[in-house]
Design a protein around this ligand. Structure first.
Ligand code: NCD
Ligand code: ZN
Length: 377
């Protein structure tokens, strides 16, 4: 498949290395949990960004539901310092919205990649319920910077109204259900400034997989949805702006415990799963590159990465192994047959990953937030 297609660094056109080797632009994941500060037994900036490179990602945007959560200067500094010392790919750090940080968050915006509002219950301490506070965040956060929302079902309808009234854009995280993708489709048709992402786990796993995975290992927020919901996501792929992993690593011991935390790792499996879908004719390769590179770069106003690309053997067939680069050490996709394997990642003209080996120095990844871009660090 995809013979005679040409892709090169940063562009949707380029170089065919041989019949099955494809050169893709560096992929961008706008939704990862790197667990630092506070839970480095699950992941840290080094293990998480290594998992990113192994999956073909050269920019990841880290979520703020850490311990402590990233809601002020002090907590944001903890994540910035850890990332500056450890990251092997480029990254941004999302701030979290809390009832107390409306003013502070807006002031810190240039050091972040976006403001995350947790409007439905999930892992971590950030959960906003007060409609007035939610509107205040929408009103105060700089209009040119992205707001991301975890908003399921009726919460989604409510937040679309808030965004409309506050005359600003909103990005909806991990859409998982038919009614959700349909209301986003209709909102876009009416001219609302809304974008959205879907996680591969909601495209490739459903409630039918829960008996096989077991209760703890199928815990994720939003929950695995029905086969009809997954079919609706595939049928509305034109409404989906980004494929985002929602890489949410928890250890197997935690997943198999009495109180399993929700979340799946996803950085290493997303591209192979999506390339498998290309093989199966479920999505076009050009569309995949838009959703995994061009669109997230535009929506999150991320810099171009010069001399950066990913070499992929598109035809390589393999089974997802149990062991992952991610420190969490498991994946719900273990054993799944996939086609398409990352062979090499080149970042700023340096080979940083090749066939399972890493060549990047911890700390060589750059923070893409506006103030760091200006400083060129
Ligand atoms: C995420 C986590 O573990 O941090 N879990 C999840 O199930 N997706 C939190 C989140 O993104 O909701
Ligand atoms: Zn998440």
């Amino acid at each position: 498949m995809v013979k005679n297609r040409y892709y090169s660094a940063g562009l949707s056109s380029g170089v065919l290395v041989n019949m099955t080797n494809l050169r893709l632009p560096g992929l961008i994941d706008p939704h990862v949990h790197l667990r630092e500060p506070g839970a480095t037994h699950k992941e840290d900036f080094e293990s998480g960004t290594k998992a990113a490179l192994a999956g073909g990602f050269t920019i990841v945007l880290a979520m703020p539901n850490t311990s402590p959560p990233l809601i002020d200067d002090e907590s944001l500094s903890l994540a910035e310092t850890a990332a500056a010392q450890k990251a092997v790919c480029d990254y941004g750090i999302h701030l979290g919205a809390s009832p107390q940080n409306i003013e502070t968050a807006a002031q810190l915006a240039p050091r972040s990649s976006g403001l995350k509002l947790y409007l439905d219950a999930t892992f971590g301490p950030l959960h906003l319920t007060d409609l007035h506070i939610i509107r205040e965040h929408f009103g105060r956060w700089p209009h040119q910077r992205p707001i991301l929302c975890h908003a399921e079902d009726r919460t989604l309808a409510a937040i679309l109204m808030v965004a409309y009234l506050e005359k600003r854009s909103v990005h909806i995280c991990h859409v998982s259900r038919r009614a959700e993708i349909e209301i986003i489709r209709d909102a876009k048709m009416r001219g609302l400034d809304v974008t959205c992402e879907v996680g591969p786990h909601h495209l490739f796993l459903t409630t039918d997989d829960i008996p096989r995975l077991g209760a703890g290992r199928s815990e994720v927020r939003p929950r695995l949805a029905t086969p009809d919901d997954a079919a609706a996501l595939w049928a509305n792929m034109d409404v989906v702006d980004c494929i985002a992993t929602d890489h949410a690593p928890h250890t197997l011991a935690e997943k198999d415990s009495d109180k399993p935390p929700p979340g799946f790792p996803g950085l290493e499996t997303s591209l192979p799963l999506m390339l498998t879908a290309v093989h199966e004719g479920r999505i076009e390769l050009d569309d995949l590159i838009k959703k995994m590179s061009d669109n997230p770069r535009r929506i999150f106003a991320l810099p171009e990465q010069p001399d950066t690309w990913v070499d992929v053997d598109v035809d390589a067939g393999w089974r997802v192994p149990e062991k992952q680069v991610s420190r969490c050490g498991w994946t719900p996709f273990a054993g799944m047959p996939v086609r398409g394997q990352v062979q090499r990642v080149t970042l700023r003209n340096q080979v940083v990953y090749e066939n399972g080996l890493f060549f990047a120095t911890p700390g060589s990844g750059r923070n893409i937030a506006p103030v760091y871009q200006e400083r060129g660090s």
